[in-house]
Design a protein around this ligand. Sequence first.
Ligand SMILES: N[C@@H](CCC(=O)N[C@@H](CS)C(=O)NCC(=O)O)C(=O)O
Length: 236
Amino acid sequence: MMKLYSGDLSPYSARVRMQIYAKGITDIPFERPADFGMPKFRDTHPIGRIPVLDIDGDMMPESDVIAEYLEEIYPEPSMLGATPRETAHIRTVARIGDIYIMNNMFMLSPQSRAATRNQGIVDLLAGQVTRNIKALDRLIGEDGFACCGRLTMADCALVPGLFMVENVLPATGVADPIPANPRVAAYWAAIQRNEHAARVLTELHRGLAERRELIRTGAFEKMMAAAAAAHAAAEG
Ligand SMILES: N[C@@H](CCC(=O)N[C@@H](CS)C(=O)NCC(=O)O)C(=O)O
């Protein structure tokens, strides 16, 4: 029995959820770990991040690794290419979504809370995101999908990444670069009409609304302080 440790607002988890939806897999339940962010979670999950695929107690971290594993054990419908070269292209575009967009956006996101803004961090990471969206504009498909004219693992990595760019980047004081990149903009408008993309986007928006409410009430700051204190105590 498999289970995915996941969270609505986690873009990396959303990438795996979108693949699970697109493949029609119905027997992998999602669960937000109760001790996520606390020392106990890091005891059992050394990287300390979600998603994690729990395979009968065998814990597999890293969204890209999980995605490839699911692709191997549920090969149909394939979300890779029809040829090795197509698959390599899908993986290149998926890496742009993961490493070049999501990773920078994830590290940038705390800067969207004005009290913690560090302009040097914003300039560095937002500059990378803007540059990488331009690169994506030269590589992305023009028929509503990232690659190969159908839904692939590249779309699963791009959809949560572009969600972060559109919804979180402006909160750091930097303009969303998507509208200035016409092929990315056309893709972004089209892919949101795909049922599996729409489903994860609903979850991501729900997670963002919940997070912003916690920030507004001050509860998020308290949660972060409690987690920092627990880590300090655990490290002695
Ligand atoms: N490279 C990892 C990144 C996962 C990641 O950073 N997940 C975030 C949530 S989206 C997390 O768990 N953060 C917790 C932390 O930074 O302590 C992957 O692809 O799965």
